[in-house]
Design a protein around this ligand. Structure first.
Ligand code: GLA
Length: 389
C-alpha cells in the first residue's frame, strides 16, 4: 500500500508517538466544460483514484513541519501557524499553509502546529489538479484533527478561497469541488453559478478513459489563466450593455450571436464565444451520456478542443499534437485537452481494444514532433477525500 510507505517516512522523520492520521484526496480530470467555471457555466469533472496521500499529527507548540516525498530535495520545510503568509520563493507548502490561513479567515483558527508528510501520485503541474488535491486534503485533515464543523462542499470553497487569496490564482470552483465531492464511477455535472450538482454515472461499455500527459509543465500563476479570466469579464460587461445577464453562462448560442457585436474587440469576442458555446456543449454532452450516446459525447469533446484551440487559444503545440494524433487512431471516441491548458494533459475515451495502439501511436508521433516523450495513464473514477488509518 502506498500510504504505508508515507507513514514509514513520517515516523522516520518525525517519530512514531502520538495520534497520527493517514489521509487521501484524489486528483481530478474534467471530461468537458473547460474555462466555464468562472463564467457561471457548467463543468463535468470526476475525481480519480490517483491523488495525494497525507500523514499528519498535531503538535503542542505553534510549529509547522512539512515534508513531501515528491520534493525530497527541499527537505523538511518549517513554518508556524502564527505567521501564515505566502512565501515569495513559492514552494508547495504555500498550498497547505494557504488552507490553514483560509480556515482562520473563516473563523476557524488553527491554534496548534502540525507535522505533515505528503506524497502525490498525480504528475505535478499536469493539469490533474495536484494543487487542489493538496488543498482539499489539508482541509480534510484539519477538519478531522481539530474537529472543525465543515462539509466537503465547504472544503471545496475554502480550498478555492485559499488559492485565490493566498496563492494569487483566480481559479474557479471546479477542481476543488470535483475533488471534495468525488464519487466512484461518476462524474459531477455542476452548475458553477448556483453550485447545484448531479452525479452522472460514467458507463463506458468497452472503453476506457486515457489521460495523455504532455510533460510540458504549466504553472497557473505564470500562465495566461488570469488574463483569460479578465478578457471574459470585460466581454461580459460589454454584453451586459445590451442584454440583462449575470454571466456568460446564462447565454444561449442564439442570444450570443444576436448580441455579440456589443463586444468591441475581436479577440474578446472569441473568448466569450468559447465560454458560451462550451457551456452549451457541456449541457448537451451530459444529455448525450444520459441517453447512452457515447459517440455524441465524444464528438462534443472533440468540438470542445477545437474551440479551446481556435477561440480560447489555450492549447499549444503539445496538447494539439496529442489530440490531433489521438483523433487519427481508430477506436478513439473523443479526445480533448483538459484543465487550464497551456501544457498539462489531454483526456480521451478509447475503445478497450484500441488502448495499446493509442499509447503506441500517439506516443511515437508526439515524441517525433515535440522531441520528448508523453506519459499515458488509463484511469479510474474514484471517491472524494478519505481517512485511511
Ligand atoms: C483550472 C482552474 C479551474 C478551471 C480550469 C479550466 O483547472 O483551476 O477552476 O477554470 O482551469 O476549466
Amino acid at each position: 500500500m502506498v500510504w504505508e510507505s508515507v507513514l514509514e517516512k513520517f515516523k522516520e522523520l518525525f517519530g512514531a508517538e502520538g495520534e497520527i492520521g493517514v489521509y487521501f484526496a484524489p486528483g481530478r480530470v474534467n471530461m468537458i466544460g473547460e474555462h466555464t467555471d468562472y463564467n457561471g457555466g457548467h463543468v463535468f469533472p470526476c475525481a480519480l483514484t490517483i491523488g495525494t496521500y497525507g500523514v499528519a499529527r498535531k503538535r503542542e507548540d505553534k510549529k509547522l513541519r512539512f515534508y513531501s516525498l515528491n520534493f525530497e530535495q527541499l527537505g523538511v520545510i518549517e513554518s508556524s501557524v502564527e505567521n501564515l503568509k505566502p512565501e515569495k520563493e513559492a514552494d508547495w507548502t504555500n498550498y497547505p499553509k494557504g488552507v490553514m490561513w483560509a480556515f482562520g479567515e473563516k473563523g476557524m483558527k488553527v491554534e496548534q502546529g502540525m507535522d505533515i508528510v505528503l506524497f502525490g501520485n498525480i504528475p505535478n503541474g499536469s493539469g490533474l489538479s495536484s494543487s487542489a488535491s493538496v488543498e482539499v486534503l489539508t482541509g480534510y485533515i484539519l477538519k478531522d484533527m481539530f474537529g472543525f464543523d465543515v462539509t466537503n462542499q465547504d472544503l471545496a470553497l475554502i480550498g478555492q478561497y485559499s488559492e485565490n487569496k493566498f496563492n494569487g490564482v483566480n481559479c474557479g470552483i471546479m477542481d476543488q469541488f470535483a475533488i471534495a465531492m468525488g464519487k466512484e464511477g461518476h462524474a459531477i455535472f455542476l452548475d458553477t453559478a448556483t453550485l447545484k450538482y448531479e452525479y452522472a454515472p460514467i458507463k463506458l461499455e468497452n472503453a476506457k478513459i486515457v489521460i495523455s500527459c504532455s510533460n510540458k509543465k504549466r504553472g497557473l500563476g505564470d500562465s495566461k489563466y488570469n488574463e483569460r479570466r479578465s478578457e471574459c469579464e470585460t466581454a461580459l460587461a460589454e454584453i451586459q450593455k445590451v442584454i440583462s445577464v449575470n454571466s456568460l453562462g446564462e447565454l444561449t448560442e442564439e442570444q450570443f450571436e444576436a448580441h455579440k457585436d456589443a463586444i468591441k474587440d475581436e479577440v474578446r469576442r472569441k473568448r466569450a464565444k468559447h465560454a458560451v458555446y462550451e457551456n452549451q456543449r457541456t449541457i448537451k454532452a451530459v444529455e448525450a451520456l444520459q441517453k447512452n450516446d457515447v459517440k455524441l459525447f465524444g464528438e462534443l469533446m472533440n468540438a470542445s478542443h477545437v474551440s479551446l484551440r481556435d477561440d480560447y487559444e489555450v492549447t499549444g503545440i503539445e496538447l494539439d499534437t496529442l489530440v490531433e494524433e489521438a483523433w487519427k487512431v481508430e477506436g478513439v471516441i473523443g479526445s480533448r485537452m483538459t484543465g487550464a491548458g497551456f501544457g498539462g494533459c489531454t483526456v480521451s475515451i478509447v475503445k478497450d481494444e484500441a488502448v495499446d495502439t493509442f499509447i503506441k501511436e500517439v506516443g511515437a508521433a508526439y515524441e517525433a514532433k515535440i522531441g520528448y516523450a508523453a506519459d499515458f495513464y488509463v484511469v479510474e473514477i474514484g471517491d472524494g477525500p478519505v481517512k485511511l488509518a
